[in-house]
Write a protein that binds this ligand. Sequence first.
Ligand code: NI
Length: 503
Amino acid sequence: MTSNHGRVLRAAAMTLTGLMALSGCAVSQPSAPDDVNSLQQLPDTTASSEAEGGNTRLTGLNRVTTSNERLHMYAAHLELKDHPQISRATRESVTASIDAFLADHQDALDEDVTAKPELNINSQAASADPSVLGVSQQIYEFAGASGANSYRTQWFDVQQDREIPTGELFSSSEAWDHVRQMLAEQANSKAGIDLESVTDLPEEATDDVQFTTSGDLQVQVDEYLIAPGSEGTIVLQLDAGRIDGLLSDLGRAAQGSVVEHDAAPTPEPVPGTSESDSATPEEEQQQNTPAQVPDASQVDCREAKCVALTFDDGPGASTGYLLDSLKKEGVPATFFVVGPNAQARPQLLRRMQAEGHQIGNHTFSHRSLPALASSEVAKELLRTDEAISSATGYSSTLVRPPYGAHNKDVDRIVTSPLILWDVDTLDWKHRNTNKTISTAMDEVRPGSIILMHDIHASTVAAVPGLIRQLKDKGYTPVRVDQLFAHSKLSAGKAYYRGEHPAS
Ligand code: NI
């Protein structure tokens, strides 16, 4: 495939909307807006967030994750509280890519092919200022033969709640043209690139304008756009001095927020969004009240009918409500968290820890691990281990590979057991509370590991009913470590079901 494959598909997506409605695909619209709506009906106690660091004071950024286990699709985008147009634009940007991907791979996905197509979209705040917001997307798309990364950054006027063309970061259209000319000249100094003028520079080549910590302007130009694919992604950079005087007020604010932000002693780039980490002492105290979860030593899963509730891809905007429910029911669970979501909501990880739940590693970028080089697999796991331990002080001892996908190479690198599942609620697909419960109840057996996703409000809403029905059938919900309390788990080995009475 070519790198602008995704872009072409995105353009085609609009005409495919009707087709997608017939396809029954989980993540195509309109299912996602329903989920978002149902989230908005919940009181907003966990969704408030704040771009961290420096003097940036943009509040209300919220990371929203969509995933589809069967189709190897994972997408995170940022929404801004009380800014419906901005939130719609960021959401539509990823859903257009998702719909196009699903439409393109519909046939292949129904078959059990070894090299699954994959779509992975990660978003992070490039600039976050009360006047201007930049949201960068890194899109990885694998079409069954080769994969490609592409990059884009959307810019928003926060006060006016609207998306702006990149050119509005500059003082005039002439200033923007001048910047594009300088970018074209710099591109020409690289191997295999021959651009006569700014008019030779495709629009897409400058759809990823960002600012660096030193105030320089940087653009990542996707593969194949202006150079042979062998050159890969082309990075162009203009020193701060060269764009001085060319920026608009919004552009200066965008540039300033990055420089100011990174002046703060924060080693990592802003991980998408970051929830305000300033819980009051009372809140911390309340959150750390010991949970009413059963003592692990009280349950012997070789005798009792145990079941492990596991939640992937979070923590999300409704995970706080899930923790409330679990606490009320006195039930522990296991959360397989994704690194950026853990970084964005560290206080939820602390709550999980304090309330007796277990936290496992679901990688950083949610990429299908068999597609990655060994060093990348290790990095995916390490970065999320660090996010978990920096939030909680504890190390994760469990890994759940995205999509349950692993191979011998992955098994060799992973230093924890791989916890898969034997009951898939397909909650990501139907987003239906009753169906989540009935699927789980139909398939559960002693020792089961049930797969759910706490990024969906429909799943969070299903949990109290599911717990009641499980208890009615004599099940004891336990954490994964409790489910394997008498087993010696091996690193790199996959487990689908835990201890259970001999039958
Ligand atoms: Ni997942």
